[in-house]
Design a protein around this ligand. Sequence first.
Ligand code: 13P
Ligand code: SF4
Length: 301
Amino acid sequence: QGFAQDIEEILALKKAHNAIILAHNYQTPEIFHCVSDIRGDSLQLARDAQNVEADVIIMAGVHFMAETAKLLNPHKKVLIPDMAAGCSLAESITAEDVRTLKAQYPGVPVVTYVNTSAAVKAESDICCTSGNAKKIVESLGVERVIMIPDEYLAQNIQKETGIEMLTWPGHCEVHEQFSAHEVRHYRLANPGVEVLAHPECPPEVVAEVDFSGSTARMGEYIAHSQAQQILLLTECSMSDNLAAQYPTIEFVRPCNLCPHMKRITLSGLKKALQSMTHEVTIPAQYAPRARQAVERMLAVQ
Ligand code: 13P
Ligand code: SF4
């Protein structure tokens, strides 16, 4: 009852303000399936944010995603319902840290995961997401890169590409919790289960799974899978959203939630639309450099 009324009001408010909602795959089903206009992984949200017609963009996701949308739409109003929706990776590194790394390794290109602040992006040569990290790193044509701040993503990409990664001890607080031991346990308890992992998981976890990819890539894999049971080593709402889409598949779920993603709620979205808050802005002293790093990423096909 409460949800239905919120949904109705959000849809009306979106129309009144010419606003659209971008929702990351980790948003809860009522947000993801009922009120959002564009859904996807970080890469899709960044790509689609380039072609938005609306006057107002509301990010149902975390702060760095709202900043990326703002970088790509400097003249539009970008709102996030809760400014405290952060990310343990984004918080692990500062612009000053990147300047120190560059001074330590002069000439080595800096590839920055999108899960970072705009200030960190501004110190980087190019951005990447988990959906395009391999392609971005290979496009540079070098043997060594600084890939920050996700240590595990860097190690996983180093394994795939053979390119040496100088990295940073940042971790996703959700994905670092999975263990290889846990995967073996789930396989024993569920014979035939297909196991998929996000590349923010530790390399020893990725080594145990059938497929590793971004949230969108895992969704594509499931669309073509014949498996009756799937275990997703990622944030739990992603399994909920896919379970609604594929009712015949059983999603075996260890429920690890991202506390930052969960700060976004239907009532928060409604309030954001009613009060046109909270607006995300990026200081002019580094916005152009941050935009360039994101645009360079989007130009690599
Ligand atoms: P994706 O780019 O795969 O959507 O990942 C974003 C994220 O925050 C994963 O934890
Ligand atoms: Fe950041 Fe991990 Fe949450 Fe994704 S799931 S937003 S990487 S803390």
